[in-house]
Design a protein around this ligand. Structure first.
Ligand code: F6R
Length: 612
């Protein structure tokens, strides 16, 4: 949450930072700001606006010509402390104006420090937690910027990825990390530092990820990393394995639609090299588990949030059906709010597209502390969860920029299915069944494409229901998580109030809400529970609710029963959530489009929720 970027080099730093902020805007978009260094005089220009980066750019264009600059920091905000106003936008300045700070994260003990500083006569101009950092650095400043930053940070509790610039130190940035990601782009003669790699990849593919406790000093001569106490630290550079095109819209109106359409390719990449036809199993070397370790697992716990949690719920069905291993699903935050039982033999799966979600990361740390095996299922290579788990399976779905998660969900389910096959083959899954499952998995790209080919029909149905204010999504078994995911996509994109329910639960209360104005989307492809779900459709129709059914192509039992039909291709139940959810993604996308919503950046949201 929140995007930060800094630049030191020969280019116009204002332009580099603004273009980086546009790439980072999906991490937060309620206000933005930039600080630039004037190379002719010891002076900083700070420009901040409520609203989006384009508004910041307009204001900067009016003022920047006065400045000649090769160093700048920028920030795009998702508000935590204080409303999204200009005063609360970053960067924040110290009293003298000599020190400015852009910060991602939350300082837990800021009130104590604020009171202390106020007691010394320092006046605060914002409601943010960040402003204390600027004043505290100034308080410790005795001529060395990085030393003052290190001393100030030792007083802080909480999380930060932050950048500091000083009027007194031209062409220098000091950056630090504790809990919020920082990636450093290593280029020839210039350095770009950001909260994620999407702002760096247009400059270089060689990056260093800072670890918690690292303090990076950047000058025109290059970078050096130390601890907060000034001890040298070595970090390896890694190469990013995707290109700038992956984060362009590529002719699509929205990133979300592009990412929905990328799913056949993303699934292909997720499966590539992992289906082992010779052993009727799968190869997931990142799990770093041989047959003995696999056999030792007697319980699985899934920790995740939002869409990733729903993918995990599909995983529960997969693990229990094909491996016999009891599987618990937990909202990641519950690992600290509650005290789940983690025993020897427990394997925890941390599912996270971004690999930075604070609650999921907290669950990973809690489980590692308790001695469990922890596997990360992440999309972003080098992300904190992937690194701290130390083992797991990458999705290889390519960058996801649309704030609403799409291709990550389908790739997560594909990974969980491959894990279930691997674990199942080390237990009760026969070679024949394993073979049948990997054959079916290899069809995923074609199944995804078959749903995408129906986009026009789905858009037509979406247009019919675009004015609804409430909706229900129903499913059972493997389709229950699909119902939850369909409702989540619709509400976050279109602001229609949507509820996902187990199909059998409707009559236990929520049915009271059904009227002819409340569409019900029922996900009932070929599956063991289909006939019972079809009976639930009757119950909805008896209350005059319009019903849209997502069913297997050629389904006859719904003829005359429902108002609209979306077909998905024939496939086995264990992967049917993938085509069903793609249909729901298109449905939600087109409803949001009809309603004129901001599809890639819905109200109040941000990609990568790095606060608890
Ligand atoms: C919904 C959505 C969120 C994320 C959730 C977890 O479309 O994107 O619900 O799924 O914030 O994010 P990750 O997977 O990055 O941990």
């Amino acid at each position: 949450m929140c995007g930060i970027i800094g630049y030191v080099g020969p280019q116009d730093a204002g332009k580099v930072v603004i273009s980086g902020l546009k790439r980072l805007e999906y991490r937060g978009y309620d206000s933005a700001g930039i600080a630039l260094q004037n190379v002719q005089q010891p002076e900083l220009l700070v420009v901040r606006t409520a609203g989006k980066v384009t508004e910041l750019e307009i204001e900067l264009d009016a003022r920047q010509p006065l400045f000649s600059t090769g160093t700048a920091i920028g920030h795009t905000r998702w508000a935590t402390h204080g409303e999204p106003t200009r005063e609360n936008a970053h960067p924040h300045s110290s009293s003298s104006g000599n020190i400015v700070v852009a910060h991602n994260g939350i300082i837990d003990n800021y009130l104590v420090i604020k009171q202390l500083l106020q007691g010394q006569g320092i006046e605060f101009t914002s409601e943010t937690d960040t402003e204390v950092i600027a004043h505290l650095i100034e308080h410790y400043y005795e001529g060395e910027l990085s030393e003052a930053v290190g001393r100030a940070l030792q007083q802080l509790e909480g999380t930060y990825g932050l950048m500091v610039m000083s009027a007194l130190h031209p062409n220098m940035l000091v950056t630090a990390r504790n809990g919020s990601p920082i990636v450093v782009g290593i280029c020839d003669g210039e350095t770009v530092i950001a909260s994620d790699v999407s702002a760096v990849v247009s400059h270089t593919k060689q990056v260093i990820y800072l670890d918690d406790g690292d303090l990076l000093t950047t000058t025109s001569d290059g970078v050096s990393i130390t601890s907060l106490r000034n001890l040298p630290v070595a970090r390896d550079a890694i190469e990013i394995d995707w290109d700038i095109e992956a984060i362009e819209k590529g002719g699509f109106e929205h990133f979300m639609r592009k990412e929905i359409h990328e799913q056949p390719t993303a699934l292909q990449n997720t499966l590539r090299g992992r289906l082992d036809f010779s052993s009727s199993s799968t190869k997931l070397s990142g799990m770093q588990m041989g047959p003995t370790k696999l056999a030792d697992i007697d319980r699985i716990m899934v920790a995740a949030c939002g869409t990733s949690l729903y993918a995990g719920m599909v995983g529960k069905h997969l693990f229990e059906d094909f491996t016999g291993i009891p599987t618990d699903i937990l909202h990641a935050a519950e690992f600290r709010d509650h005290n789940p039982i983690v025993q020897r033999g427990t394997c925890m799966l941390a599912i996270s597209q971004s690999g930075e979600t604070a609650d999921t990361l907290g669950a990973v740390r809690e489980c590692l502390r308790k001695g469990a095996q922890v596997l990360g299922i992440c999309n972003v290579v080098g992300s904190t969860i992937a690194r701290e788990a130390g083992k797991g399976v990458y999705l290889h779905a390519g960058p996801e920029i649309g704030v609403a998660s799409t291709k990550a969900f389908t790739s997560q389910v594909a990974v969980l299915a491959m894990m279930a096959i691997l674990l199942g083959r080390s237990r009760r899954l026969s070679a024949d069944s394993g073979q049948r499952m990997i054959d079916e998995l290899s069809r995923l790209p074609e199944l995804a494409q078959a749903v995408l080919d129906q986009e026009d029909e789905i858009a037509g149905i979406a247009a019919k229901y675009a004015r609804a204010e409430h909706a229900f999504f129903l499913g059972r078994g493997y389709m229950y998580p699909a119902a939850l995911e369909g409702a989540l996509k619709l509400k976050e994109l279109s602001y229609i109030h949507a509820e996902g329910y187990h199909a059998a639960e409707l009559k236990h209360g929520p049915i009271a809400l059904l009227t002819e104005q409340v569409p019900v989307i029922v996900i009932a492809p070929d599956s063991s529970g289909k006939s019972r779900t079809l009976a639930n459709i009757q119950e909805c129709k008896a209350r005059k609710a319009p019903v849209i059914a997502i069913v297997t192509e050629g389904e006859r039992d719904i003829n005359g029963l429902v108002d609209d039909v979306i077909s998905i291709p024939h496939c086995e139940e264990f992967i049917a959530a993938i085509p069903a959810v793609i249909a729901e993604q298109l449905f939600a996308y087109h409803i949001a489009r009809e309603r004129g919503c901001e599809i890639d950046q819905p109200r109040n949201l941000a990609k990568a929720v790095t606060v608890e």
